[in-house]
Design a protein around this ligand. Structure first.
Ligand SMILES: [Zn+2]
Length: 402
């Protein structure tokens, strides 16, 4: 086979083997305790840290079989502080955290499984949660319920229920998080089960099945964001994309990213410039292998963006709110929505004089309910626009469309 047909075959095979790879569901598995911290000691002498690690490693393998990505906070017998576990988790850009523990009670009679999660309806003043975790309560609770249901069904253990909890690992992170208390080491029957490799395997499979039923939020960094609903609608419409499982809502939108969104909405290929099409000159910072070369060239041809005197077109430069308004309204005009002339003086926004080059665009878009100020009286035309602000603007535009 030639090199390119080999590549094609490899791609097809990978698509068959990892059909869900594009979803990139990523789980952090956290085996509780470890190293100098044994956790609970079973009535049979079994150490909790050992059981937790073995179930967690089996859980990792079960999740991978389902095409879910897994990272472990520890995969051997070592001590890890709670804060380090959470800090590690926050850096993984993962979708959920599952911490695996075994329970213990001064009395030998309690038995069964329970799942802990943080619940904003039961706050504890001395143990504050992260703002993300507060907002993620419905997600964490749903994940906890799915895991518990699966464990009860597959192991036959007693239902010890969902437990709203302020334990550190489910309280301080930024993604839906649960802590599974698999069974009681203080209960002789369950301690014997936990010592059995086949039972650990059954437990791991049950937890994995529960996780697989859970639908994590699409973007891990927008769950508490003011624009989260607009961002989701824009993603579902195919107008905006994330970067992996992040949306980076507060990052400034670049010129190339903006014209990419405009191309998806207005289909630049089908448009003709207001005047004659511009020739697209060679820009020193827009080589033909730049990801945005095609769409940036279209934008320049239509006169939406201009190059700079130093022969650059700066695809990676943030775009300002005034520029966004001007380009966006020009595109609307090309598709039949006339631009209106603002009344003399300033209007609505104190920082947009009617004489400014972007004022007719801001005026027209504001009248159509598509654009908003930063405050009621300020538009901040020279400020960079965030990716969240663009999502909100495009969402209002979409809602206005017949
Ligand atoms: Zn524990």
């Amino acid at each position: 086979m030639g090199k390119s047909s080999k590549l094609l075959w490899l791609t097809l095979v990978l698509l068959l083997v990892f059909p869900y790879e594009a979803m990139a569901y990523k789980v952090v598995v956290d085996p509780g305790h470890g190293g100098s911290d044994p956790g609970a000691i079973g009535v049979n002498g079994l150490k909790e840290k050992t059981v937790n690690l073995d179930i967690s490693l089996k859980l990792r393998d079960e999740l991978r079989k389902k095409g879910i990505q897994v990272v472990m906070t520890r995969s051997d017998d070592r001590y890890l502080a709670l804060a380090d576990r959470v800090e590690f988790t926050n850096a993984q850009k993962a979708d959920i955290l599952v911490s695996v523990h075994a329970n213990s009670n001064p009395s030998s009679s309690p038995g069964g499984s329970q799942v802990l999660y943080y619940d904003s309806a039961y706050p504890q003043a001395s143990y504050p949660a992260s703002p993300e975790m507060e907002a993620l309560t419905p997600y964490s609770k749903q994940l906890a319920q799915k895991v518990l249901n699966s464990v009860l069904k597959q192991t036959g253990l007693k239902d010890q229920g969902l437990v709203p909890s302020a334990v550190y690992v489910v309280r301080k992170g930024t993604i839906p998080s649960v802590l599974v208390e698999t069974a009681f080491l203080s209960n002789s029957k369950e301690a014997a089960m936990l010592a059995d490799s086949a039972f650990r395997q059954k437990m791991a499979k049950a937890i994995a099945d529960g996780i697989a039923e859970f639908q994590p939020p699409v973007f891990a960094d927008t769950s508490v964001h003011w624009a989260k609903d607009a961002i989701l609608r824009m993603k579902n419409k195919g107008w905006m994309e994330g970067i992996g499982n992040l949306f980076e809502p507060n990052r400034a939108l670049t010129r190339a990213e903006f014209v990419t969104v405009m191309d998806r909405v207005f289909h630049l290929d089908g448009l003709t410039a207001d005047g004659p099409d511009n020739e697209v000159p060679v820009f020193s910072d827009l080589k033909s292998n730049h990801w945005s070369y095609t769409v940036m060239s279209k934008a320049v041809r239509l006169g939406l963006l201009n190059g700079y005197e130093d022969h650059t077109v700066r695809p990676n430069q943030p775009i300002t709110r005034g520029e966004v308004a001007a380009v966006f309204q020009r595109l609307r005009q090309m598709t039949g929505v006339p631009t209106q002339t603002p009344p003399s003086g300033s209007f609505v926004f104190n920082d947009v004089p009617a004489s400014a080059w972007y004022a007719p665009a801001v005026f027209t878009l504001k009248k159509s309910g598509i654009i908003d100020g930063v405050t009621n009286t300020e538009f901040k035309p020279n400020r960079y626009i965030s990716r969240a602000e663009i999502a909100a603007m495009m969402d209002r535009y979409a809602a206005n469309q017949p």
